[in-house]
Design a binder for this molecule. Structure first.
Ligand SMILES: *Cc1c(COP(=O)(O)O)cnc(C)c1O
Length: 477
């Protein structure tokens, strides 16, 4: 090591001196000392690393003034207090956007969260009996009434529901499933891997494109614990295909006294083909085939909070309820409050369609979306009168969230091109705005899909466009 480096290392700021400055200046008052000290250490360590890495012998590296390092510490600690999880504006037209929080909650669900979580609640307290109650009981009756199920249980998400059911009914035994249904959902969730973790042994039957009832029948034996059907919610196979229908599988299960499970994934309570969307089996339809247990998400087509809903026969659900894993995967009270409010909406399907964002966005007629797009375009033209080309055109939205994969939903888009700004830079600026705006980029344009935009978001959007483009003009000068 050369003398210059040695000298620099000797002159690194001293933690005690930095702390003294911070405390004397009354900076970061109230923040635990240990945290501030660790931030000081990390700033000094960073400087040390840079000195040691400095290739330039006798280099040009200069130590910053102590004051600058202190400022760095203050900024570091203060940045910890800035929210990183924030609301964004979804202009992508992907309705159930997994990366953007999937399903927004309706107003009542939000109000119920605040009401229930603000103080104490009867989460696990039976007010009639004055004794311990079950948290699931708050939604049990409602779920059963809405779907015709005998019994209901809710957990953290549908992945947890699948894991819990498989573990409860088929641990150490074979779960029979079609090769055409060994699907992956968004990266980490693969049916075969979840089965392995559950302790159930995977018994694949049939082929990728064709699986018949006889294939299941041949696989049934003393090792069988469960027959599993997975709704291939995020893709469709077409052409020379065949699958065993749920009804026949339910009968097969009954003949052999084996439970039959249907992992529906999306879980829909309303017949969507009436609204021009593709046919999704409803939860009630699935249950009416006589299957023993059905699982689905709370935050896909259902339009509620993240949750895994398990419906089915009473005896089977009791076996699931008493599994210790259930305790580990249990639903929390905020979710429960939101789920209850969302389910109440379904008592009047018209209300579910108008008040639940997901259903509203899926079923809104194109003409209404066009009208909103034209309104937004006019607002943008007023907000940014120069340097921005604004057009309105037809396009397609997507359901997303591994639901309704083949249906393109007609929509209206607003196309934006900014003078002297690349589309990539434009997209980035919008994404990094205070209220991040997530857009689509296509044909060298920024596209805003009006289907996933709410008029309440228009002023924010216009403000953002004004700011990010105004900033551009300042930089050019
Ligand atoms: C989405 C999905 C899951 C996982 O549900 P999460 O609520 O995301 O945990 C499981 N099975 C199927 C068929 C799905 O579509």
């Amino acid at each position: 090591m050369d003398d210059h480096k040695r000298e620099l290392l000797k002159n690194l700021p001293k933690i005690d001196e930095m702390m003294l400055r911070i405390e004397r200046g009354d900076r970061l008052a109230g923040v635990p000392r240990e945290m501030v000290k660790e931030a000081c250490r990390s700033v000094v360590e960073d400087l040390r690393g840079r000195i040691l890495a400095d290739k330039d012998r006798g280099g040009r590296f200069r130590l910053p003034a102590l004051e600058a390092s202190v400022e760095q510490v203050v900024a570091m600690v203060e940045a910890l207090g800035a929210y990183r999880l924030k609301r964004v504006i979804n202009a992508t037209g992907v309705i159930l956007h997994t990366n953007l929080g999937r399903s927004p909650l309706c107003r009542e669900a939000l109000e119920r969260i605040v009401e229930v979580a603000r103080g104490y609640s009867n989460l696990e307290y039976d007010l009639e009996k004055g004794a311990r109650g079950l948290r699931y009981d708050h939604v049990r009756q409602l779920l059963c009434a809405l779907t015709g199920a005998e019994d209901a249980l809710v957990v953290n998400n549908n992945a947890a529901a699948v894991l819990l059911v498989l573990n409860s009914l088929s641990e150490g035994k074979e779960a029979i499933v079609s090769r055409g249904e060994l699907i992956e959902i968004g990266g980490e969730f693969r049916i075969p891997e979840v089965m392995e973790k559950s302790g159930a042994r995977l018994r694949e039957v049939g082929t990728t494109n064709r699986t018949r009832l006889a294939d299941y029948e041949r696989a049934v034996g003393p090792e069988t614990g469960l027959i599993l059907k997975v709704h291939t919610s995020n893709f469709r196979s077409m052409g020379f295909t065949e699958e065993a229908d749920l009804q026949s599988l339910a009968e097969l299960g009954r003949r052999h006294s084996l439970p039959v499970m249907d992992d529906l994934g999306s879980g829909c309570f309303i017949d969507l083909d009436r609204y021009g969307l593709e046919r999704e089996p409803t939860v009630r339809e699935s249950l009416s085939t006589g299957v023993d247990v059905v699982t689905f998400s709370g935050d896909k087509l259902l339009g509620g909070p993240q949750a895994g809903i398990i419906l089915g026969k009473r005896g089977i659900l009791e076996r699931i309820r008493v599994n210790p894993l259930n305790r580990a995967l249990r639903i929390d009270k905020l979710t429960l409050a939101a789920l209850e409010a969302t389910m109440v909406k379904y008592l009047r399907p018209a209300e579910a369609l108008s008040d639940l964002c997901v259903l509203r966005a899926l079923t809104e007629p194109r003409e209404a979306v066009r009208k909103r797009a034209r309104k937004l375009a006019a607002m943008i033209r007023r907000a940014v009168p120069r340097g921005l080309a604004v057009s309105v055109m037809d396009g397609t939205s997507m359901a997303g969230g591994g639901s309704l994969p083949t249906r393109e939903i007609p929509t209206a888009l607003i196309g934006l091109t900014a003078e002297g700004l690349s589309v990539a830079a434009f997209e980035e600026r919008l994404r990094k705005w205070e209220v991040p705006i997530i857009v689509r980029v296509a044909d060298d344009q920024v596209l805003l899909d009006a289907r996933t935009l709410d008029p309440e978001e228009f002023p924010v959007l216009c403000g953002a466009l004004k700011a990010v483009l105004g900033q551009e003009r300042d930089e050019v000068r």
